[in-house]
Design a protein around this ligand. Structure first.
Ligand code: NAD
Length: 502
């Protein structure tokens, strides 16, 4: 599909208020339990009076089987181009190489940078150890390791690139704070692993802290992801909005949904400046597909978010209240059913019927749906272009596939120094990031993948030609250079990490 779109921000959509014409929405029934939960969801929306015009597209397994490795074809992209609103059931990503995750492709192609996953407990009607849980995970949706840029570099070593950008961090951090403010939330907790990944996660944290200063009315804190995730699983009631890079957000939001009651309950909104996609947070659950056993609530809650997004908040409130009342009445699908506590074990279709019967009713004990929830598209995407810092080339890391001389780093260093005699100066060799030369430790495990750091001799300015020359010398010497990374400073600050033990 053409990715050229006219810039028409969502918050200026023509159908931002209730429209007399049904709003076209692209709908995909997906794989596994997808068709069952989508059928249930659309039946409820129709009964509630949603004014939508579903345009059904085919994505996922059937498209992969037709030989399209992205799982989506041009006609589907065209529909999305037109409607720019996507209600999507889960799909199955085939295992193995040669297939790309359609979910990731859709999020990235459509520029859906913010993933909003509200998770709430429905105690005492849905069993949970955390009755006060009310957490919104705001997950960065396009970057991190989800670029899927992976390489096998040596017989023993594979690599995945983790890309974190300043504009990406800025817009997700702004989105989290703006969303918190618009929704009356009091705190944003950012979680990263910046004690280890000082440049990538460090940037995410730094930008979050910069943006936090623009929102003095919102409390801000940072936690290292390991203890943060542990606390979230233990005492989720102390959290409010949680801001995370892509991978951690993906994992942690499933944990939060599950401890709220079931991974089958939570919906998510994927928001960009021009498009939005709404889906359940769970996958296609092939283990229960075709058995009328799936909980449609995750997709239904996503559809409720979609209704608010397209200006049909009144219908959203009707659906959400009827759903809450159904939970209160103890009508539960298998994933949340508790003998003696639930009143009826319902299949997917019967659960949808029960919701339809309750349209127009409100919950009696659970907090009802908010009439005036803030929109999801907050128009906060654009990050101000920053001044480009002074960038200086100061060295190069050359990564080698080397499996000779018993993998003795002393011998590798001697060989490299011989090859480079009058060229660049070798300063360090690491193996899996840990320094093994000079003065390595005999206990350090060594694989066939070596990072060799070179700098110019005598503090001379470095040139790209010197790097090319060094790689040529190594190639002529029969040494396999599998990758090179230039070392830069930015306004005099190192743009690369030290070796562990350096
Ligand atoms: P899953 O979320 O599909 O299932 C995990 C467990 O939760 C299973 O036991 C399942 O039965 C249960 N479960 C999930 N949704 C449920 C529901 N609505 N009602 C009741 N129980 C439910 O995760 P998985 O098994 O790891 O993945 C299956 C497939 O889904 C994989 O191919 C994966 O790539 C894909 N997936 C797709 C998406 C998406 O489309 N957005 C997201 C995650 C995983």
């Amino acid at each position: 599909m053409s990715t050229q779109r006219t810039a028409r921000p969502l918050h200026a959509r023509p159908h931002a208020s209730p429209s007399p014409r049904p709003v076209p929405v692209t709908v995909a029934y997906g794989d596994g339990i997808g068709p069952e939960i989508m059928t249930a969801t659309l039946r409820i929306l129709e009964a509630a009076g949603a004014s939508i015009d579903p345009q059904v597209i085919e994505i996922g397994e059937q498209v992969y089987r037709r030989g399209l490795s992205a799982g989506i074809d041009d006609s589907a992209w065209r529909s999305l181009e037109e409607t720019r609103v996507f209600l999507k059931a889960p799909i199955t990503t085939p295992q193995g190489g040669g297939y790309k995750s359609l979910n990731v492709t859709a999020r990235k192609t459509l520029g859906l940078y913010a993933n909003v996953r509200p998770c709430r407990a429905f105690a005492p009607f849905v069993a949970t150890k955390h009755p006060q849980l009310d957490v919104v995970v705001v997950r960065e949706n396009e970057e991190d390791t989800y670029g899927g840029i992976e390489h096998r570099q040596t017989p023993e070593v594979t690599q995945c690139l983790k890309l974190i950008t300043r504009p990406g961090c800025e817009r997700i951090a702004r989105y989290a704070f703006a969303w918190a403010r618009a929704n009356g939330r009091r705190k944003v907790t950012c979680m990263t692993k910046d004690n280890i990944m000082k440049l990538t996660d460090g940037l995410f944290r730094k930008v979050a802290e910069e943006v936090a200063k623009e929102y003095p009315d919102i409390e801000y804190e940072h936690m290292i992801i390991d203890i943060g995730a542990a606390r979230l699983a233990d005492t989720p009631e102390r959290f409010d909005v949680v801001l995370m890079p892509n991978l951690y957000g993906d994992i942690v939001s499933d944990v939060v949904a599950q401890i709220a009651g079931s991974v089958g309950l939570a919906g998510s909104a994927n928001i960009g400046t021009e498009c939005a996609m709404f889906e359940a947070i769970h996958g296609s659950a092939p283990d229960i597909a075709g058995r009328d056993a799936a909980n449609p609530s995750g997709l239904l809650n996503a559809a409720v978010m979609m209704l608010r997004h397209i200006g049909q908040a009144d219908v959203a409130v009707r659906v959400e209240n009827a759903w809450l009342r159904t939970l209160e009445d103890g009508i539960h699908t298998r994933d949340v059913y508790v003998e003696g506590q639930s009143t009826t074990l319902a299949g997917t279709a019967a659960f949808a019927d029960a919701i339809i019967e309750r349209l127009g009713q409100a919950p009696q004990r659970l907090a009802p749906a908010r009439e005036a929830a803030a929109p999801l598209d907050l128009g906060h995407a654009a990050a101000a272009p920053a001044r480009r810092p002074e960038k200086a080339l100061v060295g190069v890391d050359l990564f080698l596939d080397w499996d000779e001389a018993g993998r003795d780093p002393e011998q590798l260093a001697e060989r490299l120094q011989g090859i480079m005699a009058d060229g660049l100066k070798l300063t360090m060799i690491t193996n899996r990031g840990t320094k093994v030369w000079p003065q390595g430790h005999s206990a350090t495990f060594r694989t066939d993948h070596w990072r060799c750091r070179f700098v110019p001799r005598d503090d001379q300015p470095m040139t790209a030609a010197q790097i090319g020359n060094a790689m040529l010398r190594l190639a002529y010497a029969g040494i396999d250079v599998v990758k090179s990374e230039n070392l830069y400073t930015f306004d005099g600050v190192k743009g690369y990490s030290l070796g562990q033990g350096e």
